[in-house]
Every structure is written in structure tokens, then in C-alpha cells.
Design a protein around this ligand. Structure first.
Ligand SMILES: [Zn+2]
Length: 71
């Protein structure tokens, strides 16, 4: 039971605080331990935007690849 809880916690906390090393919750803009601002890649909008941009770039690259096959 405690093992399952540990795994869930670990999965959600990817980034560590650059000031105190605390494992921060995903999407948290401030550290839960020392209240310093999080790095930009832990912000919610960044976590949403990056996969979105990556998939858009992949779609663009793929369409270029398809047009190069036709021409
Ligand atoms: Zn911290």
C-alpha cells in the first residue's frame, strides 16, 4: 500500500528544485519546500505548449516529406 503510494508520488514529481533539491510537483510554479520560483519547464503552460509545438513541427515535417515524394 505504501509502495503504490510511493510510485504514484514519484511519477508526478519529475523536476527537482534548483535551490533546495526538493522534488517538485509537476506543473507547480513555486517550490513546495522553499517557495522559490520553479524553472520554466515546470510551469503548466510550458508542459502543455511544448508537446503541442513538437507535434505541430512533426506534422509540418511530415507534410514536407509527403510533398517531396509527389514532386
Ligand atoms: Zn526548493
Amino acid at each position: 500500500m505504501t509502495q503504490a503510494y510511493y510510485h504514484e508520488e514519484k511519477a508526478k514529481r519529475i523536476f527537482t528544485c534548483r535551490y533546495c533539491g526538493h522534488r517538485m510537483r509537476l506543473g507547480a510554479e513555486t517550490c513546495g519546500e522553499c517557495y522559490q520560483p520553479a524553472r520554466i519547464y515546470n510551469h503548466k503552460w510550458f508542459l502543455i505548449l511544448v508537446p503541442l509545438l513538437a507535434s505541430m513541427l512533426a506534422a509540418i515535417a511530415f507534410s514536407y516529406y509527403l510533398t517531396s515524394l509527389i514532386a
